[in-house]
Design a protein around this ligand. Sequence first.
Ligand SMILES: [Zn+2]
Length: 308
Amino acid sequence: MNLILPLQKSPELNSCEAISTRLLPSCPDYAYWQSYYQQLLSGYIGEKSLDYYLRIAELDNTVVLQGFRTTHDNETFQIDLLILSEGFILLIESKNHKGRIQLPAHSDQMIRGNEVFSHPLIQANIQKKHLQKLLTAYNFPNAPIHTAAVFTNKKCILEKSENNPDIIVSQKIPDRIDEIKTLYPHPIYTKEELHQIGYTLRKLHTPKTLTQAIPTPFIEPGVTCINCAQRAMTWKNRTWICPKCQHKDKKAHIPTLREYAHIYGPTITNRKASHFLNISQPHITKHLLKTSGFKATGEKRGRKYMIK
Ligand SMILES: [Zn+2]
């Protein structure tokens, strides 16, 4: 298996994570942000848990992409797991729902208690159509695209009313891949084409970013202590010190500035950094930004640093 696009947290997830950890409970949208973050995180954990099954599956001569997302013909689509092989393409939609999931026969919906969701195989088939169009647009031969839905949560009770072999739990992935291989014994792509498709898709990958307005007045500034998670470290005698647990850390501002970058974007001014780090003396902020290895542009008051 050649994993050319490993799963990474999207900028949307990173932003949501940083916002939800710093959001003051007095924010009117507090519950919204927490649930938004939990939902994204759950999807990510579910997709990440597939790594283990991919490692044990027989995936010789395949090119694999995780969390591929792109826009083609004004349509944006995301494929949780894409396995390109010589005879077929396997497109997997992953679901991390827990609880009793029902997929009634002849129904186009997925049900959990009183909640109704899109049927994961119908979703996968829509992604398949987008992918087919994309491959055609790039003049790649069309191999059959096989779709499957994988339930990744160990606390999911899967109830299928008909025995559809392509709705499975994670543990079944290696076996199901072996079965699917026997359905497509004839090679369509050469090894070279497989790599060309994989690298073409990787170039087109555009991970999702946050589009919601940031609840800035409710974002709590401050340097987080890695020992006790309090956001109250102060800069004293050339180091950060936590007033609660006395933990000392010269570099504690770095992860805090990275959180700033996840929320507000990678450029920061001395004034904004002073506010976010709770530093009252601008020359100290200047010193910290200069020694952090961040690239600086502009002069004097217009000087900006690129957080990396
Ligand atoms: Zn502490």
